[in-house]
Design a protein around this ligand. Structure first.
Ligand code: HEC
Length: 446
């Protein structure tokens, strides 16, 4: 516990990270998918000689620039703030290990932001061919940002045995590409690219829906029909890609999903399974609703409310699928290397022998009661709150001192058959520290 903790009441730091991250991925996948949408629609309009399509695309590119350039970048920086505060040890690892990756990412970002600005501001100021080329330059650079970040994100779930073995030693440097192209890299890239395509449609509907039907009824119908095709690749191929992804996830993690499926008949879903089911329902609902709203008869009446309803369904699908992916990674923040509370797997022994709080400057001169609270803050707060999200006070309400003692013992021993292993890290520390934690937890429900 080398860093102070960020205690967010009610929400907890983990939920803050999740909320910021989900807003960001919702926009960033649009930034990538929309990147291909712009030049492809521009090309289609030019081939058909449709200047009226181009006028709509021009207004869409302004909307696109504002949404991705402002909200996309602000939420992206927001993720760094949130993870830096809420998950400092993991952020430190990500920065130190992937510094070259982030360097590449930021170079590509600059190209991405510059080209989308140029694309919007140079409408009618350069030749059509040059303008389409600018669109392609934007599309490729924004897809490159996904290619790079995908390596780092998938690394966190499946960092590979070789990397975990070498972590902290100079050898790890030579495993950069090995860890980057880890087992979930390619299935995840396919999944995310498909989702990017469908997000291009979901957001383009907002522009199409805003067309005045009385004036542009036919145009609205044509554009709605052209746009909704973008939902189809994801609708058809996503299930296959997800199966591929799940097959690459390590067995123990995959088990969290399948245990939930196997026991679903008795109503005992795991949270991960529940999230996956909501994802599937919401994705289907997105596509069905979008097709209903935009079919030949309904398209002229397609309103902004309708477009926002489709976007909301997609947002639910998105949020729950990211939540399921996070659940798959529990109890780790970096698979097999670091637990969600920042404890490195390789440090567990040392913490148990020498003490967990010995490395905390906050613990200097702390009373036993304060030591108990520091144990809680350091090891539990990354996933729980006192009274809000996953509230420890309520989760412990039915337990007396002895039962809490037993629970902590099970958490500490972390035996292979412990029911908590699937989602909680081992509790580390000396007997004295664990007793202090117990007294603190007992005191929560006097
Ligand atoms: C990696 C995240 C994580 C960490 C760290 C963590 N937990 Fe949990 N804990 C969970 C999850 C997930 C659940 C299941 C939540 C639910 O059922 O709503 C859970 C459940 C619990 C429960 C209810 C279990 C039961 O059988 O009733 C208790 C009590 C609990 N945690 C206490 C703690 C304590 C104390 C710590 C710190 C020593 C801690 N947790 C650290 C993720 C975590």
């Amino acid at each position: 516990m080398n860093y102070p903790v960020w205690d967010v009441p009610i929400l907890g730091s983990s939920l803050v990270i999740a909320i910021v991250a989900i807003m960001h991925v919702f926009i960033s996948h649009f930034a990538v998918g929309g990147g291909f949408f712009l030049p492809l629609m521009e090309r289609a309009a030019l081939r058909r000689g449709r200047r009226d399509w181009l006028a709509v695309l021009r207004s869409h590119s302004k909307f696109f620039l504002v949404v991705t350039g402002v909200f996309g970048t602000v939420t992206g920086v927001g993720i760094w703030f949130a993870i830096g505060l809420g998950s400092s040890p993991a952020t430190s690892t990500l920065i130190h290990y992937w510094v070259f990756g982030w360097g590449m990412e930021w170079c590509v970002f600059v190209v991405e932001l510059a080209t989308i600005a140029a694309y919007y501001y140079l409408w009618d100021r350069v030749s059509d061919a040059t303008h389409v080329k600018l669109g392609w330059l934007y599309a490729v650079s924004s897809w490159l940002t996904l290619l790079i970040i995908n390596g780092i994100l998938t690394f966190m779930l499946t960092p590979t045995d070789a990397w975990v073995e070498a972590a902290g030693k100079p050898e790890a440097t030579f495993l950069f590409w090995h860890a980057f192209f880890n087992p979930t890299y390619f299935p995840s890239l396919v999944i995310r690219t498909l989702i990017c395509g469908s997000m291009a449609a979901v957001w383009a509907f907002v522009t199409v829906a805003r067309l005045d039907s009385a004036q542009h009824g036919d145009l609205k119908r044509e554009l709605a029909a052209w746009t909704r095709q973008w939902l189809l690749p994801a609708f058809i191929l996503l299930p296959l890609a997800v199966v591929w992804y799940v097959l690459e996830v390590p067995g123990a993690q995959r088990e969290i999903l399948f245990r939930g499926v196997a026991t679903a008949a008795q109503g005992q879903f795991t949270v991960a399974t529940r999230m996956v089911m909501i994802t599937m329902l919401a994705s289907m609902a997105t596509v069905v609703t979008a097709f209903l709203f935009t079919d030949r008869r309904n398209a002229p009446d397609f309103s902004l409310h309708g477009a926002l309803a489709v976007a909301l369904l997609a947002f639910i699908a998105f949020g729950t699928s990211e939540a399921a992916r996070e659940m798959l990674r529990k109890p780790y923040v970096i698979g097999g290397y670091m637990y969600s509370n920042g404890v490195r797997v390789s440090d567990v022994e040392q913490y148990n022998q020498r003490g967990y709080l010995t490395s905390s400057f906050l613990a200097a001169g702390a009373s036993p009661a304060e030591r108990g609270e520091l144990m809680f803050q350091g090891q539990c707060l990354s996933c729980h709150t006192l009274d809000g999200y996953r509230p420890v006070r309520r989760l412990l309400a039915a337990r007396n001192r002895e039962a809490i003692d037993n629970l902590l013992k099970v958490l500490h021993e972390h035996k292979p058959d412990s029911p908590y292993r699937a989602y909680m890290p081992p509790l580390v520390g000396t007997d004295e520290e664990i007793a202090a934690l117990r007294d603190y937890l007992v005191g929560l429900n006097p």
